[in-house]
Design a protein around this ligand. Sequence first.
Ligand code: Z5A
Length: 214
Amino acid sequence: MTVDKGKFITVEGGEGAGKSSNLAFIRDLLEQSGVEVVFTREPGGTALGEEIRDLLLGHKHTGMAKDTELMLMFAARAEHLARIILPALNAGKWVLCDRFTDASYAYQGGGRGIEMARIRALEEWVQQGLKPDLTLLLDLPIETGLDRAGQRSEPDRFEVEQHAFFERVRSAYLDIARRDSQRVRVIDAAVPLAQVQAQIRLLMDRFVQVQRHG
Ligand code: Z5A
């Protein structure tokens, strides 16, 4: 098979949704289809972006203003696009990214309450029309996700937020999926991992087929 043009795939979800558990699975599926995949994440993905990630997730700047948080997310994203994402796509590679701009709408827009129009302005500036070709949204009830996430190590600056924050994040994500249902596919992530991966396999197989045969 020859895929001439790189595709951009992102994976999103709330706390404990299982992104880490499923990203390697998605990468394997793509590689088995003969696709060259660049695997990356946000915030981060570059040396500078990873430093910004430390500022954003660490507890050193606990009272960070929400606009600062939003702009740091987009600063890391600008670097990520320039150095990793766009060069890979232009070289015909596929990019699989752990979170992208939908997370800014969900966390900074839904969670922190920043006006969506302001996020859109940054999106247009930084991305100049680039959007993911496919986004998998791993969705599950907040309690289930927090229970799963609670079994891990020390919580980061987002993970210490209250329940209502995560409800707003979830609802913002589902809103995006409703408005952009062609791009954003919702996966029921509350079921056992094998069932989550069966849903993902179905979607990915279909997506790859469409890229091959139109
Ligand atoms: N953020 C933002 O605010 N704005 C932005 O624009 C961007 C990001 C890009 C870092 O994200 C933070 O940045 C994030 C949003 C914010 N906030 N937080 N928190 P991150 O993606 O690096 O961190 P994370 O959301 O905490 O993801 P994670 O740590 O990688 O969790 P996860 O991938 O969703 O879950 P997991 O580690 O795969 O699974 C959690 C546990 O559940 C684990 O023990 C698994 O074995 C288990 N698990 C997974 N799936 C299942 C099923 N199906 N059944 C049972 N158990 C399961």
